[in-house]
Design a protein around this ligand. Structure first.
Ligand SMILES: Cc1cc2nc3c(=O)[nH]c(=O)nc-3n(C[C@H](O)[C@H](O)[C@H](O)COP(=O)(O)OP(=O)(O)OC[C@H]3O[C@@H](n4cnc5c(N)ncnc54)[C@H](O)[C@@H]3O)c2cc1C
Length: 414
């Protein structure tokens, strides 16, 4: 018999779990406190970054970040805070920057990145969806010579890397000036338009009979005999067999059942604007050592940057926007940002980039789809499938190899 599954949160984590559960015949409802016209899943850079990209916490990260901080160029901002959870998170982050963790993460990224890409390509084909997905790599642009030389020593495999001279890359990079140190195409990386993904998925889910309850915030659980009986909303309560928590950075509902999720909000910004077609990049350009990504889309271009810890303030701080624009200016020709819009959102970041997926230890009918970090688009499809499989087959966490391998609950995020 079909189970009722209530999903709290309609970002990429929620919709991909919903899609897979619906395909398996379950009755799915998504409840969201907003109207699903904007969340972090809309505002991101749209890269599928599973290949040849290290986790944020990797060997050397502390030294590199401190150097950039001294130069006033660091994308990482840590606001002063009395919140002990932030310091606990930072300690875990530092502890995760080992060589052995890096090796493991790179293998897992590739495994689940491949699965995710297959999922997206299947959805595009089966559902006739438009994700504006391009499998044409990402230009990794270096402004620091030492970083470039270090990466060059690793970029030997021509299946994965293409080392380009400025002249070779220029036509695809549009507005980038010739004072950069080098360009390496990460050939396997993919880009898409997150707004296209989210809007397509809402339409597909509606057509397939998934119910949506919007502008309703879930604030508590009604518990009975070691299970969750109802999700308590501001307007009414909702009964279900299984509940999925996919609420992005909001961990309050996990705390209500005594589970402390090891994730922290990491604020990021985007500036989306139109530019002359003659200088618009044709490829995604990632200024690796500046932590600025420029993604071309159908009608505009999006810059994304910054990683700010210990804040939940959603305001778009103009000084951060200016800092992105001014940093980038040094490496681009003069150009006009036409019709610019700015945005800020939060990555639900775990210390070692492993997502927090799987059943709650005590309340087994509560399943987490949390902690997707800076990689929600990169893994959302794969994780949705793993979560749906766990629920549909009524498995314990330990019966799912994928949960044991890739969930932060078992990979150092407790
Ligand atoms: C600047 C920036 C750039 C990024 N670039 C990339 C990239 O290039 N590639 C990539 O893979 N990832 C990227 N990411 C990360 C990616 O955007 C996130 O991992 C992903 O969006 C997280 O999805 P989510 O579904 O967990 O959260 P969200 O998208 O935030 O969705 C959570 C939803 O839950 C709802 N909600 C929360 N609490 C409640 C409640 N109590 N009741 C009801 N509803 C609730 C919210 O309204 C929201 O709609 C980037 C992030 C940022 C900030």
């Amino acid at each position: 018999m079909a189970q009722d599954v209530l999903i709290v949160g309609g970002g990429i984590a929620g919709v991909m779990a919903a899609y897979n559960l619906n395909k398996l015949g379950e009755n799915v409802t998504i409840v969201d406190k907003g109207d699903l016209s904007d969340n972090t899943s809309f505002g991101n850079a749209g890269l599928l970054s599973a290949w040849e990209k290290p986790p944020l916490s990797h060997p050397g990260v502390i030294g590199d970040t401190l150097k950039l901080m001294v130069q006033g160029k660091s994308p990482l901002i840590i606001n002063p805070t009395l919140d002990l959870n932030v310091y606990k998170w930072l300690l875990k982050f530092v502890a995760s920057s080992s060589r052995s963790r890096l090796k493991k993460s790179l293998i897992l990224f590739e495994k689940y990145g491949d699965l995710n890409l297959r999922e997206y390509l299947n959805i595009i084909k089966k559902e006739n969806a438009d994700f504006d997905l391009h499998q044409d790599g990402v230009y990794l642009v270096f402004t620091n010579k030492q970083n470039y030389l270090t990466k060059l020593t690793q970029a030997k495999d021509t299946q994965k890397y293409e080392v380009l001279s400025y002249e070779e890359a220029r036509d695809n990079m549009g507005f980038v000036k010739d004072n950069i140190e080098g360009v390496i195409n990460l050939k396997r990386n993919v880009r898409l338009d997150p707004k296209c993904v989210m809007e397509s998925m809402y339409e597909i889910l509606r057509k397939r009979g998934v119910k949506f309850i919007l502008n309703e915030e879930i604030v508590d659980w009604e518990l009975e005999n070691g299970k969750i009986k109802k999700a308590v909303g501001k307007n009414q309560s909702y009964k279900s067999d299984t509940f999925i928590l996919a609420s992005g950075i909001d961990t309050k509902l996990a705390s209500k059942v005594g589970t402390n999720l090891m994730l922290t909000p990491a604020k990021g910004y985007n500036i989306t604007f139109q530019m002359d077609e003659s200088i618009k990049p044709k490829q995604c350009v990632m200024f690796g050592d500046l932590f600025i990504i420029c993604t071309p889309r159908k009608n505009d271009v999006r810059l994304t940057s910054k990683l700010e810890l210990a804040t939940k303030d959603k305001e778009v701080m103009q000084k951060r926007i200016r800092s992105i624009v001014n940093t980038l200016k040094n490496y681009t020709i003069d150009f006009e940002m036409k019709n610019p819009s700015t945005w800020a959102g939060f990555r639900p970041l775990t210390p070692n980039d492993m997502p927090l997926i799987g059943r709650d230890e005590n309340y087994k009918n509560l399943v987490y789809a949390m902690g997707y970090g800076w990689l929600g688009m990169t893994f959302g499809g794969a994780l949705g499938r793993i979560i749906a499989d766990l629920i549909h087959r009524d498995l314990d966490n330990k019966q799912s190899d994928d949960i044991m391998l890739f969930s932060g609950f078992y990979q150092g995020c407790l």
